[in-house]
Design a protein around this ligand. Sequence first.
Ligand SMILES: Cc1cc2nc3c(=O)[nH]c(=O)nc-3n(C[C@H](O)[C@H](O)[C@H](O)COP(=O)(O)OP(=O)(O)OC[C@H]3O[C@@H](n4cnc5c(N)ncnc54)[C@H](O)[C@@H]3O)c2cc1C
Length: 382
Amino acid sequence: MSSVQFPTPAGTEAGRWCPDGTGSGYHVATSEKIIDKIKRKAETGKPFVSFEYFPPRTAEGVANLYDRIARMASQEPLFVDFTWGAGGSTCELTLELCTTVKAKYGLDVNMHMTCTNQAVEKVDLGLLGAIQGGIRNICALRGDPPLGQDKWEAEAGGFSCALDLIKHIREKYGDYFGISVSGYPEGHPDVIKPVSELGRPLTERELKRVMTKADGTQCVCSDEAYVKEMEYLKAKVDAGGEVIITQLFYDVEVFTQFAQDCKDYGFTVPILPGIMVIQAYGGFKRMAGFCMTRVPEELAKKMEELKDDAEGVKAFGIEYGAQTCQTLLDRGICQGLHFYTLNLEKSTQTIMSKLGLLKGTVGSKAESENTFAGTLIDTVLA
Ligand SMILES: Cc1cc2nc3c(=O)[nH]c(=O)nc-3n(C[C@H](O)[C@H](O)[C@H](O)COP(=O)(O)OP(=O)(O)OC[C@H]3O[C@@H](n4cnc5c(N)ncnc54)[C@H](O)[C@@H]3O)c2cc1C
């Protein structure tokens, strides 16, 4: 793994970066913004897919991931995402993956960037690195606190939320970057609170969002908090967010309601559902708990039935994922599907095959998923 040197193009210190080439900036003619690609794709009436990957921990994991991306590139994803470790912990590798994949496979890349627990300079170095590497799309995020820390913290003079980062990007880099933002169909976990704290019965809308924690506590994003969530999301869009990518969800009705609410709030930006395929019982429970995701009763029941059947869970996860995607496409509430691939290919490809979206067949290499050495998926796969 080589270490990426962040570039510092001349003329950037003055503040606003000038992409039209008045002597100071880089001009990357081959890069396109996601929003422009989505608009063009809309004319075809065909759904698209995008794939998200995260930086593996070891050199072997990185090599495996490059092989996998090379194979998955044949599916012509509209774009691929790479996550950014909280506090900038993976910034060099994220940048390396983004720029290599862009240069080598010609894929349009959406580089994630979080902004809290890291200095503003690190954010700018990452953005300049993206410019130099031909990356034109940024998923602008706040970020979770680093491991071992309960709460995120704003660095002195730093950013406190994704909205700050979006404003910074637009202020300093004009409209060079396409910006995507996170959306939370059931509310961000920070505002999902125990039902007992409401002090009143649940409303009909809340009943459809309520989730149950492992210890049996029922929690919900109240209607009042949900309104604030929508207002904040609107502020992110108004500040420059062009595409919303959602948190994972397991209840298709929750996403459907969220998409309708976005419409009612006057959002016209595309909303891409984040699809995370269930891979294992333990991982499913952990992720649902961490993200405070609502698990419909039927799904919870089925997962308990399959608890000790690892292969059964995998097969069911694919069926459930395919069903969810098909429902979303049938309802016409999304133009594309954003797969949290967990650096794996088989489940995503099999779902695409079931949806009639797969180009070719599920690769034989994809049948063995044991090539993820060094990735961080252990928490979701075990
Ligand atoms: C699509 C997607 C991609 C992600 N990629 C990464 C990644 O690459 N790396 C990583 O570390 N994490 C990633 N995450 C996780 C994300 O960093 C966490 O969920 C984090 O806790 C919130 O980040 P955010 O950008 O969504 O925050 P924000 O959009 O800033 O806000 C999150 C929540 O905080 C509250 N809030 C914050 N500011 C305000 C305000 N001014 N007014 C009102 N409410 C406010 C709201 O409840 C809001 O929903 C991703 C999440 C999603 C959905």
